[in-house]
Design a protein around this ligand. Structure first.
Ligand code: AMP
Ligand code: MG
Length: 336
């Protein structure tokens, strides 16, 4: 199929909405990463998303809404805690797992009694939802397993010819997928860290638990609270290792290795003699988040066997950057 190129203006938004109403699938910008949108009511549209991405069949999708009026079509309960989180963080990069409404097709939730829901802050995304009148299920618009798309061109690289249309818009401001918190369990549980930090969530949920799978590989036979956390993710073709080390130790380590590249902090870049890409300043996890996926894609153009990534700090937004990197590395961590 030809993938229709749409602009992020009124005509583009209306064209995207028409395709979505007819059970088509459309790449849309969001503030986190580009999403591949489909009607959350249509099992036919949802199955096209899974096919285009090659997404494992048991991994449920996040449903996106444009306003609070849509919420009752998606969830069957909205607790006072959920209301408080929505008041503070919506529209924005926070997803809540809540009891599911019957209107949402089983193909979205993959047999779970819950659904993941979020209201994006990106205006184009919200306008597309509003114009279609549909809650939209939208995973990242990449091939499953590869780094998530933070530009329209990343979507073209992965999915051109496999999706009905793509809205070309700005690069994503956040650059990492949303924070996912489950309010369907007691105590509430952080399933995936993101731009909205665990520290911010704890202001509303003091007893928030951070799921083990955020920083560790699950053992064989262990059940994931969030099915998506079982899979290898975000990986370029080049083999990635995460390296935990002080700045100078990291620099000497990569400089003494052959056939490798480094992804480092900007403070170290000049001292590195192998091919090198900079994540941004060590103290700026927000910048690292924004750059991370584009750099992982770029690392495939360096023609090296291995890329060593300097591990970020694990607090604030750094926890989310670390979580994506450890998956990109298939949990291979070198501690120096
Ligand atoms: P993606 O769509 O690729 O951003 O991934 C969505 C993430 O949310 C995946 O890790 C899913 O496993 C997770 N998720 C979606 N729905 C649920 C749910 N009902 N319960 C728990 N995790 C969910
Ligand atoms: Mg994804």
């Amino acid at each position: 199929m030809d993938t229709l190129r749409l602009k992020d203006n009124k005509e583009g938004i209306i064209a995207a909405a028409e395709i979505l109403k007819a059970d088509g699938i459309v790449g849309i910008p969001t503030e986190t990463v580009y999403g591949l949108a489909a009607s959350a009511y249509s099992s036919q549209a949802i199955s096209k998303v899974f096919t285009a991405k090659g997404r494992p069949q048991d991994n449920p999708l996040i449903v996106h809404i444009s306003d609070m009026d849509m919420l009752s079509d998606v969830v069957s309960e909205f607790s006072p805690t959920a209301k408080e989180l929505a008041k503070r963080f919506w529209p924005g990069p926070l997803t809540m797992v809540l009891p599911k409404s019957e209107k949402i097709t089983e193909s979205v939730s993959k047999g779970l009694s819950t659904v993941a829901v979020r209201m994006p802050s990106n205006i184009v995304a919200r306008e597309v939802i509003k114009a279609s009148g549909l809650p939209l299920a939208a995973p990242s618009a990449n091939l499953s397993g590869s780094p998530s798309p933070t530009t329209a061109n990343h979507v073209i690289t992965d999915l051109d010819g496999k999706i009905d249309a793509l809205i070309f818009s700005s690069d994503c401001e956040v650059g990492l997928e949303s924070t996912v918190v489950s309010l369907a369990v007691d105590p509430p549980r952080l399933l995936r860290p993101g731009f909205i930090t665990a520290e911010q969530l704890k202001e509303v949920i003091p007893n928030l638990v951070i799921d083990k799978a955020v920083l560790q590989e699950l053992g064989k036979g262990e059940k994931a609270a969030s099915p998506g956390m079982m899979y290898k993710h975000y990986s370029p073709k080049t083999e990635v290792f995460l390296v935990e080390a002080e700045n100078d130790v990291f620099v000497s380590f990569v400089n003494s290795n052959n056939n490798c590249a480094a992804i480092c902090f900007s403070e170290e870049q000049e001292k590195i003699t192998v091919p090198v890409l900079s994540l941004g300043q060590k103290e700026s996890a927000e910048n690292q988040a924004k750059n991370l996926f584009a750099l992982l894609r770029q690392s495939d153009t360096l023609n090296v066997k291995t890329v060593y990534v300097h591990a970020p700090k694990k607090d604030g937004v750094g926890l989310a950057v670390y979580n994506r990197l450890i998956r990109a590395a298939g949990f291979k961590v070198i501690k120096l």
